[in-house]
Structure formats: structure tokens, C-alpha cells
Write a protein that binds this ligand. Sequence first.
Ligand code: PRP
Length: 185
Amino acid sequence: MLNNIIEKVLVTEEEIAEIIDRLAAEINADYGSGDKNLVVVSVLKGAMPFTTDLMKKLDFVSELECVRVSSYGSGTESSGKIRMLLDFDREDFSECDFLVVEDIVDSGNTLTYLVDHLKKKGARSVKTCTLLDKPSRRKVDFDPEYVGKEIPDEFVFGYGLDLFEKYRDLPFVAVVNPEYIKDHV
Ligand code: PRP
């Protein structure tokens, strides 16, 4: 069944592990010393597996918060307007260095909104980290500080990314067979 849905595996389980090791090393170097107080902000639902695997590789104490957002508009085209579905609050924004973690950056609207949101709340610093990046889809000028892998504009799923809300549990990222999409929209 899954064989009919997958066009090809784009990022293997092994490559994901290598990417996470590389990104964790960069984050350890940037946040592991000095007076940094890292708070990882996971953007649900897609970033959940990436966030937990990345945090396991951090060699210093950090905290975790979660947010969930949705963009107004229908279909696959984002309107650019973001609605906060799940937010968090804390007393010490001005003492925290936030790292927003995403599974994928597409238009850039979600991370642009979240960075602004955290800065407005008084965050000491805000950076972003994404497993996958589709720069060709950008609608706003946005560059994450930590990028796992740039990918072409293909419909991908697995390792947190859903295909009609399913298959987030796959250990790899795959490109969906276009025939499957045609039959299911
Ligand atoms: C996806 C992804 C990012 C966002 C990126 O989330 O996880 O949060 O879209 O798109 P953008 O750069 O165009 O804003 P989605 O809305 O599919 O929700 P999910 O993570 O719950 O699947």
C-alpha cells in the first residue's frame, strides 16, 4: 500500500540522523556556553519528531514549549495570515533565548509570524531551525538560521510531515506519488 503512495524516498532515516547530528553540533556551539538560556519552541504537529530527536542531541540543559498555528485560507496556498491555535506564556521572556523548530519552511509565513510574536512578548533572542527548506516557495523574505536540507518544490511527507494527516510516523521523508494525490483530492 505504502509503495503505491511513495514516489521516492527523499531523505533517508540515516540522512536525517546525520542532519540532526550536524545541526545539534551547531546549536551546542552557539548555545552551550555562556549565559544562554535555551527554550526550544516546537511548532506542532509536524515538528514533533524532529524536535524530540534534536533535543536528545543537545549537550546542555534546555526547556521545551509548544505552539500550534494555522494559516487562514484554503487548499495548499497560504494566505499569509496566521492564527495561533496553541500558545504558551511565561514570566521570563526577557531572560530566554528561543529556538523555534520546524519540520519545513515553505512560504515563510509561519516562522515570520512566530519570530515576531516571540519578540513582541519580550524574548531576549529568537532564532529558527528547520529540518527541510523549500526556498523556491518563499512568499516573504525569511532565512532560518539552522537548515537541515534544502529540497525542491515537491509534495513530501513522513517524519512529522503529514499526507492528509496520516504517515507522520514514517522514519524517513518521501515524495508522494502524483497519481495518489490526483485520486485523493
Ligand atoms: C506546515 C509546517 C510549517 C508550515 C510551513 O504546517 O509544519 O509549520 O506548514 O509553511 P509556511 O512556511 O508556508 O508557513 P501545517 O500547517 O501543515 O501543520 P502541521 O505541522 O500540523 O501538519
